[in-house]
Design a protein around this ligand. Structure first.
Ligand SMILES: Nc1ncnc2c1ncn2[C@@H]1O[C@H](COP(=O)(O)OP(=O)(O)OP(=O)(O)O)[C@@H](O)[C@H]1O
Ligand SMILES: Nc1ncnc2c1ncn2[C@@H]1O[C@H](COP(=O)(O)OP(=O)(O)OP(=O)(O)O)[C@@H](O)[C@H]1O
Ligand SMILES: [Mg+2]
Ligand SMILES: [Mg+2]
Lengths: 256, 256
C-alpha cells in the first residue's frame, strides 16, 4: 500500500506545484515508484511534466467523480518511475457537483484504495484553497507536506492551514500527520526571508526541514520546457536543494 | 454610481492583493473615494491595511450572504479616502452554502447597487480560484484588472481566465470589460521575466499597461507593518510603480 503525501497550502504561489514535481522526480530518481496526482484545475503539474493538453482526459476529475479508475487516468512521464494523473479545468466544478453526494470527502481515498496499489508513494498537488479538492487530498493522505514561501502573507496563512488539518483529522482522517514544512523561495540577501525562516523554526521546531529551497531562476525556467528542474538543470542550486529535501523526506518516512 | 474594478487571476501568488491594496491607496491619494472589498477567505488585503482580526465581522461574507449591508461591513483605514470591507475564513463556505440559492452570482452586485453609492471606485480583491466568489466579483464589476506575474505558469493561466471572463460576459454581465493587464514581480536580470513581458505585449497588445511593477523587497515588507507600500516607503521603486499604475488606470477610466 503506498504512502500518500498531500502537498498543500491555501496561500497562492508558494511553491506547491514546484515542490510536488521536483520532490516526486527526486524520489523516483532514487528508485521509488511514484504517482503524482494533479488536483489543481490550473493543471500546472501536468504542464510542468510535459503532458500535452489534449492527453489529460480521463484525469483526476474523472477519478474524483467516479467515472474513471486511477489506472485509466495515469500516464508515464519523461521521468522513469514517475507516473502522473493529470488535471483539467473540469475539476473546478467538482466542489459544486459533489454537494449532497455521500462520502464526497472520501472520493479520492476510495479511488486510491484499489487504484494505487503498485506505487511506493502517491504525491498530491493541491490548488490554492481549502475547498473540497484539498479536503479530499487531506482525507486520502497519510501525511501533509507544506511549502511555505519566505514571505509575510504566507506566514499568516499557516495557522489557517493547520486549523483545517486539525478539523480533517477530527472528522475524517484521524491518522493524518504533518510530514513537514519546507521553506521556499528563500533569498539570503533579504531580511524578511531570514526573519520568516527564524519565526517558522521558532514556532514549528522540528517540523521544519533543514533543507531550505532558495529562489533560483532555473526552477522557474524549467516548466516552460515541460521538465522538472532535476532534468532541466541537474547542477543548479534549485535541483540540488530538492534532492536534499527528498532525502530528508525519505528519512522521516523511514521511521514509519 | 461607483466604477467597480475586479482584481482577479486564478493563479496564486501573482500580486492580486498587493495590487488591490496599493492601487486603491494611490487612487485615494489623488482624491478618489475608494472602497476595497476583500473577497479572499485568507483576508490578506484586510491584514495588509492593518485591520485587526477581531474587527472583521460583519465583513464581505455577511454582505454576500445578505446578512449585512455594505455600510455595516465597511471600516475606514489608515489611508484617508480609502475604506475596507474585510474578509474572514467564513467566505470559504459561501460557495457551498449558496448552491441552489437564486441569483447566487449576483449577490455582490445586488449589495453594491444601494450600498456603494458614495464611492468613486470599488476595488475587489479576489481569491486564487474561478469559483463563485470570483464570479460574483466579475458580475459586479464594470472592468477587470489582471495582475500577471512574469513567470511561465502565470502566462499559461491567462487564457483560462480570459475564457471565464467571456463566459461571465455572455451569461451574467454583458458590459464587463478588460481594464488592463499589469505585469508584476518583474526582475530585469532574469531572461524569463523579459520573455514573459515580450510575449504578453505581443499577444495582448494595448491591454497591457506601460507600467511594469518590479520585484521590490519594500513591497513584501509593507504588509507585516499593516501598511500599503505607498505609506511604508513612499520613495521606494515599488511605491512609485504603483503610483504610475494608478495614473494609467485613471487615464483609461477617464475615457468612460
Ligand atoms: N525556488 C524557486 N525559485 C524561483 N522560482 C520559483 C521557486 N519555486 C517556485 N518558483 C516559481 O514561482 C511561481 C509559483 O510557484 P508554484 O506555481 O509552484 O506555486 P504554487 O503554490 O503551486 O501556486 P498555486 O497556488 O497557483 O498553485 C512559479 O512560476 C514557479 O516557477
Ligand atoms: N512587486 C513585488 N515585489 C516583491 N514582492 C512582491 C511583489 N508583489 C507581491 N509581492 C509579494 O509576493 C507575495 C504574493 O503576492 P500577493 O499575496 O499580493 O499575491 P496574490 O495574487 O494576492 O496571492 P493569492 O493568490 O494567495 O491571493 C506576497 O508575499 C507579496 O508581499
Ligand atoms: Mg500550483
Ligand atoms: Mg491575494
Amino acid at each position: 500500500v503506498p504512502r500518500v503525501l498531500a502537498i498543500a497550502n491555501q496561500k497562492g504561489g508558494v511553491g506547491k506545484t514546484t515542490t510536488a514535481i521536483n520532490l516526486a522526480t527526486a524520489m523516483a530518481a532514487v528508485g521509488k515508484s511514484v504517482l503524482l496526482i494533479d488536483l489543481d484545475p490550473q493543471g500546472n503539474a501536468s504542464t510542468g511534466l510535459g503532458l500535452a493538453k489534449d492527453a489529460r482526459v480521463p484525469g483526476s476529475y474523472e477519478v474524483v467523480m467516479g467515472e474513471a479508475t486511477v489506472a485509466d487516468a495515469t500516464h508515464p512521464t519523461l521521468v522513469p518511475g514517475l507516473h502522473l494523473a493529470p488535471a483539467t479545468i473540469d475539476l473546478a466544478g467538482a466542489e459544486v457537483e459533489l454537494v449532497g453526494v455521500a462520502r464526497r470527502e472520501y472520493r479520492l481515498l476510495d479511488a486510491l484504495v484499489d487504484g494505487a496499489a503498485g506505487y511506493d508513494y502517491v504525491l498530491i498537488d493541491c490548488p490554492p484553497a481549502l475547498g473540497l479538492l484539498t479536503i479530499n487530498a487531506l482525507v486520502a493522505a497519510n501525511a501533509l507536506l507544506v511549502p511555505l514561501q519566505c514571505e509575510f502573507f504566507a506566514l499568516e496563512g499557516l495557522s489557517l492551514l493547520l486549523n483545517t488539518v486539525a478539523r480533517v483529522r477530527g472528522s475524517f482522517n484521524p491518522t493524518l500527520a504533518l510530514q513537514g514544512i519546507v521553506l521556499t523561495m528563500y533569498d539570503k540577501r533579504n531580511n524578511l526571508s531570514q526573519q520568516v525562516v527564524a519565526d517558522v523554526r521558532d514556532t514549528m521546531g522540528a517540523a521544519v526541514y533543514q533543507t531550505v529551497i532558495p529562489r533560483n531562476v532555473r526552477i522557474s525556467e524549467a516548466p516552460s520546457h515541460g521538465k522538472p528542474v532535476l532534468i532541466y538543470d541537474l547542477k543548479s542550486v534549485g535541483a540540488k536543494a530538492y534532492m536534499h529535501l527528498a532525502s530528508e523526506v525519505l528519512k522521516r518516512e523511514g521511521r514509519h
